[in-house]
Design a protein around this ligand. Structure first.
Ligand code: G3P
Ligand code: CA
Length: 269
């Protein structure tokens, strides 16, 4: 039976499988979503970009090189940018063999395929709009796909979907288009800048490297666009000791390639 993530861990901090359970399966594939579900992760994170012919696909880099066999399949097409390939061309690529032969044949999923798999596992989605400067209008298009797939109904909007980006402009656009969507700003703006971002961002999602208890408190002290305190989902934490440290700071979510390691670290003895 499909793992039911509603029975997963909780309540706080949330554990978010970064690019799926990407230490266990090739990042941003459906196999990585399945692996995350198998490890009991209630949330998965992904990265969304756009093909030449306008399809939204789930992949981290702006080039297909690192995570697919594109250089073998299309040798003359350097630098193999996602935006220069059609969805049909990308569908031919193997996005699993680079990670391990057991994953040979895994594909770069479309966003539509991806959210259907997340739904099947009853998981929650932290969706990153990646490199939005390369894809004008990707905010509206992402919302359209999510809406078509039923992810903008009340149930998903209240607790199962967060849209994040390093681009404040992108988050402002998402908020203006659909104010009910929960949004997260990647990075660590100064404490004095937080009220400005809180007009359109519900979360501030920094790297763990320079995080402090005081910063988490400063974020929590600001009220977000939906009248609730801003929250913090920190990335990318793969070690138990770091997970315990940031949990002690009061973070609301921990984004990790190893949801099993973080889950175990957070269990009280
Ligand atoms: O979710 C946070 C993290 O994904 C941001 O960095 O490069 O892995 O997309 P990156
Ligand atoms: Ca990401």
């Amino acid at each position: 039976p499909v793992h039911d993530a509603r029975a997963g861990i909780g309540p706080r901090p949330e554990v978010i499988a970064h690019r799926g359970a990407s230490a266990q399966a090739p990042e941003n594939t459906l196999a990585a979503v399945d692996a995350a579900a198998g490890l009991g992760a209630r949330w998965v994170e992904n990265d969304v970009q756009r093909t030449k012919d306008g399809e939204l696909v789930v992949i981290h880099d702006d080039s297909l090189s690192r995570t697919t066999d594109v250089e073998e399949v299309f040798p003359g097409r350097a630098p193999w940018k996602v935006k220069d390939f059609t969805a049909a061309e990308i569908a031919r690529l193997d996005a699993g063999s680079w990670f391990g032969s057991a994953y040979a044949g895994a594909r770069v999923p479309t966003l539509k395929e991806y959210v259907r798999r997340v739904e099947r596992h009853h998981q929650k989605l932290l969706l990153e709009i990646k490199n939005p400067q390369l894809y004008p209008g990707i905010e509206q298009q992402t919302l359209k796909v999510l809406g078509n797939e039923g992810w903008l109904d009340r149930q998903h909007l209240t607790g199962r979907l967060i849209v994040q980006s390093f681009s404040a402009d992108t988050l402002r656009t998402v908020h203006d288009l659909k104010p009910a969507v929960t949004t997260g700003l990647l990075g660590k703006p100064s404490a004095t800048a937080l009220p400005g971002y809180a007009r359109f961002a519900d979360l501030i999602n920094p790297s763990y490297a320079s995080l402090s208890r005081d910063y988490v408190s400063a974020v929590h002290a600001v009220t977000g666009p939906h009248g609730r305190p801003l929250e913090v989902f920190v990335w990318t934490v793969d070690h138990a000791s770091v997970a315990r440290t940031v949990a002690g700071y009061g973070v609301d979510g921990i984004i990790t390639n190893r949801p099993d390691v973080v889950r175990r670290a957070l269990v009280r003895p």
